[in-house]
Design a protein around this ligand. Structure first.
Ligand SMILES: Nc1ncnc2c1ncn2[C@@H]1O[C@H](COP(=O)(O)OP(=O)(O)OP(=O)(O)O)[C@@H](O)[C@H]1O
Length: 802
């Protein structure tokens, strides 16, 4: 049997297909770069361009720089050029205030220690307007913070963008859809469009006029949101009880003067068409849910437990969503491990209507359910789970369903139970749809979601609004604008996520591996030679030993399953990849968490997202997906949540092992780009102190290295591919095999070893076959959490059987 670990489903929901394409062009770029790189000349040019001032070279083509600095420029924190690029000084006393403002109106590009860079874009201005900033306010504030006068082109750009964005909203009132605006002229303009006019539901000529809901960025009186930067730091130490926050969100102030809004009703079945047409004519709609006045949908009995204390950045993000007593659809961006789940749960407690949560994997579904029970007082039976293993519904009128994108959008033949749940999902209205890891969801998948699920509001959660293709912008319109994006370094300084030391370790290729690498060969074979480079293997072994001795728990990541198995078996460590059965995954993770004899595990890319392993304090990456910045950030996220992050002097470690003078070096620097922009510094380590003195490392003798080389050369080309997992990335076997049951023991290695080929079963063969996974199977320990997970899975299966 050929190895079956690469599921070949048509839908690759994490968008890796496009990354493959990009990888090919990357390779060409790399080859040409190799020839044309003249680092010295480039450095000289950059120095000459820079002149005497640290940032002025960035503005060399900027006319308004000639106009000169304002007299009191030293006390103002930013520059802005003609193209809308903003440089913010992080050492300015006005930094906090300026950052708070910029995060609302501009796209953060890079936030390194002294200078932050932002860009004004049409999308960022759309987001600004949708959270209540006016065009005048944006221009005035920028002018106030800027060291130089704003150029007429920047002012014109802001005015043009804000004049069309956020002027009209799509609102569900009592389950009916309305287009609403405080400016009747905008609605008249929309109705002149033949497509929109056709979608109008009421036949009346005029517009509906009524009192506007109360709007205010100060929706949480008495908190840092209302008070400015100094209180922000203070509030982070003194978090507000979410119940108080939600109470204030619902608080009505009758004394204020009541503004008017105008609206017309559209046919609910034409929502998408209207939204699309409004985009096309340059008047995109924002989406808001007036949940306080929804009397049609049953209320959900859910509140946060008193012990839940949301952090200041979680509160800030939520205040963007709820600032006008309605739930505004949009995306919240928080670093991995910063607590997006609690943000989603608090949003559910705010809306208090039925909620559907969509995740990327069955494992995440289980984690979301556990977090709902941990943080909220929701009745356990009101949270149902819809995965291939469990097809529950909630018994009362309102409840929560947690599922995966794959379960909702799959087009294959569904089981009877599955179809029943889908009918249940389609037949009702949802107050809130929470889309977890929303950046991985391609537009066509998300359109299928919105087609199946009628939800009043949508909240997208992600750590990185990054895709290697250009599909990320679709999310602006499918879900809504970005409402909030946190600063990674700030959260790490405050101890909400761990401080991490990042290093790229250059591993010299051994002569025999490098001479093979230099020969004309396939991309996959060269990739395999670089990953299996014995020096890289030894560096990995050395780092594992070093960090295990320090008391760290280590995850080794390899996208390549051939290498994953070879490394793990040789080092006698447990490993998990796409074909590892769910029960075995849980057993390995459980041992990693609670067994002090199991301090290192090997994971394929199934562990990139959503895995909550707060014990992990060190990551070693031996093979990765070309230049994917997103994967690098997500992997880093596995140690950002380290439990020990607030121990004095604690640092987590992230090592990327690259084979020197191969294309791994090019991809590695490309992958780091996003994290570098978040302020992480990657140290390059060319020599691991003490490694050469170790004589007990694997592949120490030339013979061992030769045998390894023959193994690699005999391996099929496809062994050099990265693992492909479709749909459910950390989920059930059902999901990852396209619904077909897989044969037991289906995954077998086919690459021969020298010993096998020669017919001899020597010591090396015995060592290769010794599986830590099997050992753990016999010795496995269990903690309550995992036991419950497994018990639940068993119960669910029993229930499904009737
Ligand atoms: N306000 C809070 N108070 C205490 N603990 C919190 C708070 N917010 C989050 N946490 C804890 O922080 C950890 C990380 O949270 P969570 O799993 O939601 O992160 P995440 O942002 O979804 O990360 P990822 O992107 O990696 O999935 C969890 O153990 C969670 O319980």
């Amino acid at each position: 049997m050929p190895p079956k670990r690469k599921a070949k489903e048509a839908v690759d929901s994490d968008g890796y297909d496009s990354q493959e394409e990009e990888a090919l062009s990357d390779r060409e770029t790399f080859d040409s770069l190799r020839e044309s790189f003249d680092v010295k000349a480039m450095a000289k040019e950059a120095r000459a361009a820079r002149g005497s001032n640290a940032a002025s070279f960035l503005f060399k083509k900027c006319d308004q720089f000639d106009v000169g600095l304002k007299k009191d420029h030293a006390s103002r924190p930013l520059w802005i050029d003609d193209a809308g690029r903003i440089i913010l000084e992080s050492f300015s006393p006005l930094f906090d205030e300026a950052q708070d403002f910029l995060i609302n109106i501009a796209e953060p590009q890079s936030r390194v220690s002294k200078m932050h860079e932002y860009s004004l874009t049409t999308h960022s201005l759309f987001a600004a307007v949708s959270v209540g900033h006016s065009s005048k306010e944006i221009i005035d504030k920028l002018e106030q913070f800027s060291k130089i006068p704003l150029s007429p082109s920047v002012i014109a750009f802001i005015e043009k963008s804000t004049s069309s964005f956020g002027k009209a909203k799509i609102v569900l009132k009592k389950t009916l859809s309305y287009i609403e605006s405080d400016d009747p002229a905008i609605l008249e303009r929309l109705l002149k469009d033949s497509v929109i006019a056709e979608c109008r539901a009421d036949t009346t000529v005029g517009l509906i006029k009524e009192a506007a809901p109360k709007i205010g960025a100060m929706a949480i009186p008495g908190t840092k949101m209302a008070a400015g930067a100094n209180q922000i730091a203070h509030s982070s130490l003194d978090p507000q009880k979410p119940s108080e926050m939600i109470a204030t969100l619902r608080d009505e102030d009758d004394d204020e003067e009541v503004a008017q809004v105008h609206s017309f009703q559209i046919k609910s079945e034409e929502r998408e068409r209207v939204v699309k047409q409004c985009q096309d004519i340059g008047l995109p709609l924002t989406e808001e849910y007036d949940f306080n006045n929804d009397e049609v949908n049953a209320n959900l009995d859910i509140d946060l437990k008193p012990h839940a204390q949301i952090r200041y950045y979680q509160e800030k993000a939520l205040s963007k969503m709820f600032s006008n007593s309605r739930a505004r659809s949009g995306i919240i961006v928080l670093p991995c491990g910063a607590g997006k789940t609690l943000v989603g749960i608090t949003a559910a407690c705010g809306v208090k209507k039925s909620v559907i949560v969509l995740c990327t994997s069955a494992m995440s579904v289980v984690q979301w359910r556990a977090e709902f029970l941990k943080w909220s007082n929701i009745n356990a039976e009101d949270i149902a789970v819809f995965t291939s293993e469990s097809k529950n519904r909630f018994p009362r009128n309102a409840g929560i369903i947690i599922s995966t994108y794959t379960m909702i959008t799959s087009t294959r033949n569904r089981s009877y139970d599955s179809e029943k749940v889908m009918e249940f999902l389609r037949s009702r209205e949802w107050g809130l749809l929470i889309a977890d890891e929303v950046h991985v969801v391609p537009a066509n998948i998300f359109k299928k979601v919105t087609y199946s699920i009628a939800s009043h509001s949508k909240l997208g959660l992600t750590a990185t609004l990054l895709r290697e293709d250009d599909k990320i912008e679709d999310l602006n319109f499918l879900i809504g604008p970005k409402l909030y994006e946190a600063n990674w370094q700030e959260l790490s300084e405050q101890g909400h996520i761990a401080k991490v030391q990042c290093a790229e370790v250059w591993c010299q290729m051994t002569p025999e591996f490098y001479s093979e690498w230099l020969k004309p060969s396939t991309v996959q074979k060269r990739a395999l030679l670089a990953i299996m480079n014995p020096r890289k293997f030894q560096a990995c072994q050395f780092l594992i030993d070093y960090h295990e001795r320090r008391g760290d728990k280590i995850i080794v990541f390899s996208d390549n399953v051939y290498a994953l198995e070879k490394y793990a078996k040789k080092l006698n460590k447990a490993y998990i990849y796409g074909d590892t059965p769910q029960a075995e995954r849980l057993r390995i993770l459980e041992n990693f968490q609670h067994n002090d004899q199991v301090n290192t595990i090997f994971l394929s890319k199934i562990g990139d997202t959503s895995l909550d392993l707060p014990e992990a304090t060190c990551l070693i990456q031996i093979s990765s997906h070309y230049g994917s910045r997103r994967q690098e950030a997500q992997r880093l996220g596995r140690i950002l949540r380290a439990k020990r992050r607030n121990d004095e002097g604690f640092n987590a470690f992230f090592y990327s092992l690259v084979s020197k003078d191969t294309d791994e070096m090019y991809y590695s620097s490309k992958r780091q780009a996003f994290l570098v922009d978040q302020g992480y510094a990657f140290k390059v380590i060319t020599r691991l102190e003490g490694l050469e003195k170790c004589n007990d490392l694997a592949f120490y003798t030339p013979n061992e290295r030769k045998e390894l080389l023959i193994d690699v050369l005999l391996a099929k080309d496809t062994e050099g591919d990265t693992e492909k997992i479709a749909g459910d990335m950390f989920g059930s076997r059902f999901a990852s095999t396209g619904g077909k049951a897989r044969k037991k023991n289906g995954a077998r290695r086919t690459a021969g070893t020298l010993s096998e080929l020669s017919g001899g079963q020597d010591m090396a063969y015995i060592e290769y076959n010794k599986s830590r996974n099997k050992e753990l199977k016999q010795k496995g320990i269990k903690n309550n959490f995992i036991r419950k997970l497994q018990q639940k899975s068993v119960n669910a299966k029993k229930a499904a059987r009737g």
